[in-house]
Design a protein around this ligand. Sequence first.
Ligand SMILES: *Cc1c(COP(=O)(O)O)cnc(C)c1O
Length: 404
Amino acid sequence: MTVDFNHLYSERARNLIASDIREILKIMREPDLISFAGGMPNPDTFPISVIGEIAQDVLNDSITESLQYGVTEGHMPLREALADRMRMRGVECEPENILVTSGAQQAVDLTSQLLLDPQACVLTESPTFVAALIGLRGYRVKIHSVSLDEEGIIVDILEEKLKGLHLAGIHPRMLYVIPNFQNPKGVTMSEPRRKKIVDLANEFDFIVLEDDPYYNLRFEGDHIPPIKAFDDSGRVIYASSFSKILSPGMRIGWIVSHRDIIRKITLLKQTSDVSTNVLSQCIAAEYLSKGHLDKQLPKIRELYHRKQKVMLSSLEEYFPSEARWTRPQGGMFLWVELPENIDTQQLQSKALERKVAFIHGSLFFPDGSGRNTMRLSYSHPTDDQIREGIQRLGEVIKEEMRAR
Ligand SMILES: *Cc1c(COP(=O)(O)O)cnc(C)c1O
């Protein structure tokens, strides 16, 4: 007997729809497929034996603590270590300003719960992170998006939009941005724009959610302080994660924000999962305090930098001269724009026949535009697979261009 449960679901559940990415990831299991689709870290970056040793030490030292319920705000040694590291990035904070979350994804969700009622106005970059977009849509908010150029979100357009909304009596609650090696475009927000965003948040009275999982994956150029470093009024909620620099499976992220906001978010988190996985937190704290992260990071950056260079030179060699792509200074993917008349969603099935996968760009646009764009991730395939895959993809694109 088939039962339809839809009428029993909440509006939020009914509003949540699976992303096409999951469909693509299913096909990805095919053994000879070369995939530039998933944004997963390369498993070669996981410090497996170190984690094994630390896990054993943690269990020996503090068996009652690491296997026990933990406080919702997070394991204190981890909060202390994170506060130290955030201060080194120019963010004034104490452990009391830090909340450990189950990944940055939970940080985005808790912030959404904190700020967003149905029909609330939210500002995002366009394109932006698919998972955040899906989460926001589930909250039934009105998304207004602002384009990015090579220096990140175009703040002049943002300001115009804010003025227009203000005149219409609409007050955005939140601006969601990814400042470093933005997912999906790979671009990094300039320092003047970061400062301008804080000014606009003060002037127009909204919260900035700064999602920064890629900070440590910079392989060229100088670090730029987080938006949070310029925040003099506590309007910026900073979120980051160990997913791209240690392990996504350990599910550890963190929020840095004003204490009042931490207190409220703590209440929201408590009702959801009590605390972030305590064993994972104890391992991460030891991993930081023993200096392992700082030893591992150069290796991770080197791996992704090498793979990016292989991808960039393959693009030069095999893609048509009409194609344009970003050259990110870090992170795990880049962004390609094809001639206007090429539809990358249609291209996708043809590429899959040739055993290459990517994600079509329109998925990342709140308004579904960007039909001629694609995101290419270089984190997972081997160097040879990158060359081979880009060659195959280049051929598919050239064929498609000839057919138009
Ligand atoms: C990968 C990624 C994250 C990490 O999410 P976790 O929940 O920490 O695994 C967050 N935001 C963006 C934009 C990402 O690309």
